[in-house]
Design a protein around this ligand. Structure first.
Ligand SMILES: Nc1ncnc2c1ncn2[C@@H]1O[C@H](COP(=O)(O)OP(=O)(O)OP(=O)(O)O)[C@@H](O)[C@H]1O
Ligand SMILES: [Mg+2]
Length: 263
């Protein structure tokens, strides 16, 4: 529970009216204002967002038709790309004002990203892929060690949750795994070192239907334990009800409307 909500509930418990001035403000994890993004200088705007906020600890489901800009939004949130116009704040940092190297550091420390195409390192084993975030970020290295006695033990704990800690698989190159198995390795890597923001781009697309809910349950459990926020893109409407809130990209993205006006 975020502290604002918690404080309000405490005030109600005591039979008091919550006093607005005394409630501490918690910065949103994602705060977008007047954002506009195009992939190339002369390409059409693919994403135009007036305002979008996600609070700390929220688990949001992001849906929209293919090509509506879901992966583009996630790559902006992770600082892979930057908007040409507008403000993009993630965890209080103006990503649109940071250079590429600073954004790479920001991502390494604070963001777990399950890419749509997984982006695993093919010549590394499953465990070494999962350990990668700790090689790039001391903060995530230290957080992983708060949860397990060694980094390898933490990697195996996460893989075990995803039913992937079979002795025969752990040290195999990831190219020897099935697509569904690779997807779970990508999830374990993103969770490693408890990043504050977890971004998941269709992370259940290669999982069996009966494994999807269990997978989402694990993401929730990990997020709740460390207070992470989850932005989860999926076409799978059966998962939507599990989330705190849905962002329908087709409703909030006005890029198409702008192009009609421009034309
Ligand atoms: N790297 C890129 N370079 C140029 N254009 C891109 C790039 N990635 C996406 N686009 C374009 O941006 C638009 C939005 O694509 P995006 O990948 O964000 O859609 P999506 O909602 O994630 O779709 P899907 O459900 O198929 O994954 C599309 O028109 C696509 O062609
Ligand atoms: Mg996509």
């Amino acid at each position: 529970m975020n502290s604002v909500r918690h404080n309000r509930l405490c005030a109600f418990d005591r039979g008091l009216k919550p006093v607005k001035e005394s409630v501490p403000t918690v910065d949103p994890v994602i705060d977008i204002r007047g954002l506009s993004f195009r992939w190339q200088p002369r390409a059409p705007v693919v994403l135009a967002l007036e305002a979008l906020r996600v609070e700390k600890g929220e688990r949001v489901f992001i849906e929209g038709p293919s090509g509506s800009g879901k992966s583009t939004l996630l790559s902006l949130l992770a600082g892979v790309t930057v908007p040409q116009l507008g403000e993009l704040r993630v965890l209080g940092r103006r990503l649109d004002r940071l250079g590429g190297v600073q954004r790479d550091h920001f991502r390494a420390h604070h963001i777990g990203y399950i890419f749509q195409m997984f982006n695993l390192i093919p010549y590394l084993s499953m465990v070494d892929n999962v350990l990668l975030p700790c090689r790039f970020s001391k903060a995530r290295h230290d957080k992983a060690l708060q949860r397990s006695p060694t980094l390898e033990a933490e990697a195996e704990r996460l893989l075990d949750h995803l039913d992937m800690a079979h002795a025969g698989l752990l040290h195999r190159p990831v190219t020897a795994l099935s697509v569904g198995q690779q997807q779970r390795v990508a999830a374990a890597r993103a969770l490693m070192g408890a990043p504050e923001l977890l971004i998941a781009d269709e992370p259940t697309s290669s999982l069996d239907a009966d494994r999807r809910e269990a997978f989402v349950g694990l993401l929730f459990q990990e997020c709740v334990q460390v207070g992470s926020t989850l932005a989860f893109v999926s076409h799978d409407a059966s998962l939507e009800g599990l989330f705190d809130r849905t962002i329908r990209l087709a409703e909030v993205n006005t890029a198409g409307a702008e192009q009609v006006q421009e034309g």
